[in-house]
Design a protein around this ligand. Sequence first.
Ligand code: NDP
Length: 439
Amino acid sequence: ESQSPGQKEFYQAAHEVLYSLMPLLKEDERYDYFNILERITVPERTIIFKVNWVDDHGRIKTNFGYRVQFNSAIGPYKGGLRFHPTVNLGIVKFLGFEQVFKNALTGLQIGGAKGGSNFDPKGKSDNEIMRFCQAFMTELYPYIGETQDIPAGDIGVGPREIGYLFGQYKKITRQFEGVLTGKDIKWGGSNARKEATGYGSVYFAENILNKYGESLEGKRCCVSGSGNVAIYTIEKLYEMGATPVSCSDSKGTIYHENGIDLNSLKAIKEINYQSLEVYAQVHPDAVYTPVSHYPDGRHMVWDIPCDIAFPSATQNELNLEDAKKLVDHGCMLVNEGANMPTTPKAMEYLKEKGVWFGPGKAANAGGVTTSQLEMSQNASMAKWSFEEVDIKLRQIMRNIFDTAYETSVEFDCEGDLVSGANISGFRKVADSMIDQGSV
Ligand code: NDP
């Protein structure tokens, strides 16, 4: 910690992974001999750059840009870009570190990376977003490429931003190549990429439930967030016969007892970039609670009775007090759509109370999985139908579940998918590092 102070989210993520590796490290001395723990917790390369851009009033603004290329032992760097005012090096490192194990767990040949900026897209015009994306890519482009590092979206980076980033990459390099994923279908994107993380999260939950003789049919589900992951989690939950009753954004929470109206939600968030207050105006029977009225120290979404919780907004959004409320209400499963949304204490409590848990590293891996399918299509100039991609996604989510579950059995912690996911992801990356020598 003395080498990189103030990166609390990164230490939180590293602590969780390293702690769960203990049984493996005891069994196999090679990891110690080859100093894998130290090598795997230091990124291979960290790029920090200044992004100057001009706002609509002609003023020059300055933001930080980051790309942390964490590990390339099993494939080219892959991971999203996040544009949010809270972004700093510690956040990008936590996300990059998680990505290494997540990508390994998918069974695909992709290394781990993450990037972003403290730029806040909220309240900016389309032209301002475009100028920012162009300035960001002008700095980033020398470090990325279709076999080198392939960024994607994350919080604040959706199809619009990917479009502007791609356009600038193409202009500078004069290469039309699959350097970014999450592209529009018209110019190289994959069917079902937009839906993939949310759909994949629901498929993962389905696997857990089926393992214990349960299903999604008739379940009341609380979803947090109202971005890409949350929207397509809600869409798939309806398709599976469940009822999603909540969503949230940074300003407040919606509780709609009869079920969230997906069309309204998409119009508000994907087309008009508005706040959820508008949802409550359109649906007077829905209850809107602004952040200022949240229960003390808790998140409103987890105050709503549900069978299954899908935290799908951001890190550390479900704390110990929230977990207690979920248990009081009889919640049977917490399935992480977001990255590290559950605090360590909340995780411990849920485990103690026997609540099933789908860790983000596994449960939200559908996004990067489908990004890799987009890369395959780009490389072979193919275009697969929505159904083809969706079938592959569902199968890969099944494989991820099986791998995490079987690893938990192998290490005498049956059903502990956190340990199962961490150990199996680590083993693949660490063994590859050993094969490749001291690079
Ligand atoms: P979006 O930007 O599309 O949506 C994020 C949502 O979370 C918005 O509703 C946003 O509210 C809310 N939110 C963000 N930050 C905060 C905060 N600090 N406090 C309260 N609410 C917040 O992002 P995604 O849906 O893509 O990402 C959500 C999560 O899923 C992240 O953890 C991301 O890393 C993870 N993830 C995403 C993948 C993807 O393919 N997109 C893949 C794997 C993981 P508001 O609109 O008000 O800002």
